[in-house]
Structure formats: structure tokens, C-alpha cells
Design a binder for this molecule. Structure first.
Ligand code: ADP
Length: 415
């Protein structure tokens, strides 16, 4: 018998949701509510190959949850809210509390609330989503799936910053890492592929937000994002790592506040800061038409990724099962992948299979596979990420743990 499970991903001004039939993991409908808190908020519903867009003023996340449930009922995706047997919430920050997903109880919710200072943009919406669902459906298990959880296995020397120790003890300043659900999905997929648990991987999740993960013996050993998702690689609108003295310098030089400079580093830097465009396709088109700033931005992005691959190669003592590209840019940007692999070719003894690389992208027949030759010392692969599936899997497994405490947890196959 099919049971319905709901996945909720609340952003600062948005709420995405998907309803699934389980255990077949078939998506029934997904929705995206945008511009929450604005007069021009609207939402989109997608089901059966159809797309519906509706305008409606939605002032906060509690209202957004009500609109979501109304739509699910009116369109008969559920006949009653009791059809929903489990709810998975994507939560940005689990701090040092959580190294895996958890069933949300009062203590978990309090911990998530206490982490709002580390996720000020995301946590208020996420908490409102959880609390609304709890008040409407108190009996249904709700599961928190944290973006940071997979990175909790990092050794201390990799997650500490060399700053006064009290900043760590009293203020929680350390590297947490993000995109953990994606890095975990790729790691689990590669464990299946190599048929072993102790895989060593270098994962490049390159989307608008981008991070890399060094996986040693099947666990996160290092990652590029830090206390916040601003650190590490050059991204669509984020600077990645910079000399932190730049902040004070620019505050004085341009008469700006720390908040303004931090906002510029998050929203107006990266590809956008250098090339004037944040979407990689636009930057690539500009570069191909001879725009020097766009060419520079792509070189900077390439170098930032290549440098971390080299660093993680050393951290893994050269024993790397695979380098994996994933997310929007990693899965599609054929020429960027080629230039990264070629730039590391002689240092790491890797050899690009140009034809294989050219043949893999979301819009092509092949969406995953190997892009290096048989002679290459390290396999380089493209694997589409599937964070939503990972959230669904954890939600389903944990909800069933709660519903049937004594019975064996059902296992889903990875798609
Ligand atoms: P996020 O989830 O962080 O918003 P995505 O993983 O969806 O990001 O990736 C978005 C990025 O992927 C954008 O910069 C976009 O330009 C890039 N992208 C999507 N399709 C292509 C493509 N065909 N070629 C190059 N880049 C692409």
C-alpha cells in the first residue's frame, strides 16, 4: 500500500514542497511558493506534466504552509491530511548537535532555534514551517535533515580556525560545511558503484552555490564551506575565501557597515562581481564572445576548484577512487570540466576522454558516467546529485522507525 510523504524546503522568502508516494518514491506534485512576505508573492504547482502559477499574498511561512495544505486537499493529491505519514524538513544548520537526520521533538526544535544565529536567513522560515506542521499534524513524525550533518566527521585540525580558542568554545566559530545532503548522496552512490564502504573521493558540487568535499574512508574529512556558506570556492554571487582584512579596509574606504560589506560578499561577488552575470551560462556566452572579465571569472572559478582538488589529493595521500562533478555547473559545463581536468593532468596523472566528457550533460542523452580514459590514474566522473531523494529516504526510514518501532526499517534502493 502506498503512503504519502511530504518534503519541505523553506528558504528565507520561499517554501518548496514535494509530495511523494512511498515506498515507490513517485513524486505526485511539487510546489514552489516565492516572495513570501511581499505583496506580489506567488506560487507554482507542477504535476502530471502540467504547470500552474497562482498569485496570492502570503505574508509569512505559517500562511505558506496553510496554502500548501489547501492546494494538496483541493486538487485531491490527498483526501485528508491524515494521508501524510511523515514530513521531512531540510534544515540548514545542525551545528555540533547532529551528525545525522533526527526525528523532531521539543529538544531538537530548541536546538534548531538556538542555531538561528548561525543561519539567520534560513532558520526563521524553517522553524515556522516545522511549528506550523506540528500544530496542524501533531501525531505525524517530522524529520530534520541537516545540510551540515555529513561534515560532522571532520577531524578537529580540519574544522578549527586558528583564532582565539574561546571563539570556538563560547561562540561556536568553526568550519561546519554545507551541501552535506548532496555530498552524502554522491558518497552513497559511489559506495554502491565501487561496492565498498571505505571510498576516497573528491566531490565537486558546483552549482550557483558551490562546495567541495574530501571523503576519506567513506566519511567527510574536509570541505570548502566554513562557518557559513560564504567560504571556499568562487560561486555565482559569493566571493569564496578572501583575506578577511578586506572587510575592515572596504568599510573604511567606502564608508560601509560590516553588514553591507558582508552582503556584497554574499550577493554581489563571485562570477557576478567579476563578470556582471551570476548564471554560468551567461558568463560562458560572454566569454565566448570575447569579454575579458567573463574569461577572467571562468579562469578564477576553474583555479579555485583545481586548487582544492590538488589539496584534497594530498590530504588523501594520492589514494583517490574518483573525482566527481555534480550540481548545475558540474553536471553540464563541459568546457569547464575539461579545463579543470586538463590543468591537473600532468600533476595527478589524469587523462580526459574528450568525447565522453562532451557527451554528458542534463540536456544530452547521457547524464552520468566517466570522463577520463582507461589510462587515467584517477577516475573522473559526472553524477547528477539528488538531495531531495536523500531527504525523502531519511524521512521515510525514520518515520517508519517511529511508526513501527520494533519492526525492521524498510530499505529503499538508490535511484
Ligand atoms: P543551485 O541549486 O545552487 O541554485 P544549480 O545546481 O541548479 O544551483 O546550478 C545552477 C548553475 O548551473 C547556474 O550557474 C547555471 O548557469 C548552471 N548551468 C545549468 N545548466 C547549464 C549548462 N547547460 N551549461 C553550463 N552551466 C549550466
Amino acid at each position: 500500500m502506498c503512503e504519502k510523504f511530504l518534503i519541505i524546503n523553506a528558504g528565507s522568502s520561499s517554501l518548496k514542497f514535494s509530495l511523494y508516494d512511498m515506498p515507490v518514491a513517485k513524486e505526485i506534485v511539487n510546489g514552489y511558493i516565492e516572495k513570501i512576505g511581499n505583496q506580489d508573492s506567488f506560487y507554482t504547482l507542477k504535476y502530471n506534466g502540467q504547470k500552474q502559477e497562482k498569485n496570492r499574498v502570503i505574508m509569512n511561512h505559517t500562511e505558506a504552509v496553510k496554502v500548501m495544505l489547501e492546494e494538496l486537499l483541493e486538487n485531491q493529491f490527498i483526501s485528508d491530511i491524515s494521508d501524510i505519514k511523515g514530513i521531512g524538513h531540510r534544515v540548514l544548520h545542525g551545528g555540533e548537535f547532529y551528525s545525522e537526520s533526527v526525528i523532531i521533538d521539543d529538544e531538537v526544535l530548541n536546538n534548531i532555534k538556538s542555531l538561528t544565529k548561525l543561519g539567520p536567513l534560513h532558520h526563521p522560515g524553517e522553524i515556522a514551517g516545522i511549528e506550523s506542521m506540528q500544530s496542524i499534524m501533531p501525531e505525524v513524525p517530522q524529520i530534520a535533515v541537516f545540510d551540515t550533518a555529513f561534515h560532522q566527521t571532520m577531524p578537529k585540525e580540519n574544522y578549527m580556525y586558528a583564532v582565539p580558542y574561546s571563539w570556538y568554545e563560547e561562540n561556536g566559530v568553526r568550519k561546519y560545511g554545507f551541501h552535506g545532503t548532496s555530498h552524502k548522496y554522491i558518497t552513497e552512490t559511489m559506495k554502491n558503484y565501487f561496492n565498498k564502504d571505505n571510498v576516497n573521493l573528491i566531490i565537486c558540487h558546483i552549482g550557483s552555490g558551490a562546495s567541495m568535499c574530501c571523503v576519506k574512508d567513506g566519511k567527510c574529512y574536509d570541505t570548502t564551506m566554513g562557518l557559513t556558506p560564504l567560504d571556499g570556492l568562487v560561486m555565482g554571487t559569493r566571493s569564496g575565501n578572501i583575506d578577511s582584512s578586506i572587510i575592515e579596509y572596504i568599510c573604511k574606504e567606502r564608508n560601509m557597515s560590516v553588514e553591507e560589506v558582508t552582503s556584497e560578499l554574499n550577493k554581489r561577488s563571485g562570477l557576478l562581481g567579476i563578470a556582471g552575470k551570476n548564471d554560468f551560462r551567461d558568463v560562458e556566452n560572454l566569454a565566448n564572445s570575447g569579454n575579458e572579465k567573463a574569461q577572467l571569472a571562468i579562469k578564477m572559478l576553474k583555479n579555485s576548484i583545481a586548487k582544492y582538488i590538488a589539496q584534497y589529493y594530498v590530504e588523501l595521500d594520492g589514494k583517490v577512487d574518483a573525482i566527481v562533478f555534480t550540481a548545475g555547473i558540474g553536471e553540464n559545463a563541459v568546457s569547464l570540466r575539461a579545463s579543470i581536468v586538463n590543468s591537473l593532468s600532468s600533476a595527478l596523472n589524469i587523462e580526459l576522454d574528450q568525447e565522453a566528457n562532451n557527451s554528458i550533460a542534463r540536456f544530452k542523452e547521457k547524464q552520468s558516467g566517466m570522463i577520463t580514459t582507461e589510462d587515467s590514474k584517477i577516475k573522473v566522473m559526472v553524477i547528477p546529485t539528488n538531495e531531495e531523494y536523500m531527504i525523502l529516504k531519511d524521512t521515510y526510514d525514520m518515520a517508519n522507525k517511529k511508526i513501527e518501532k520494533s519492526s525492521k526499517v524498510k530499505n529503499l534502493e538508490y535511484k
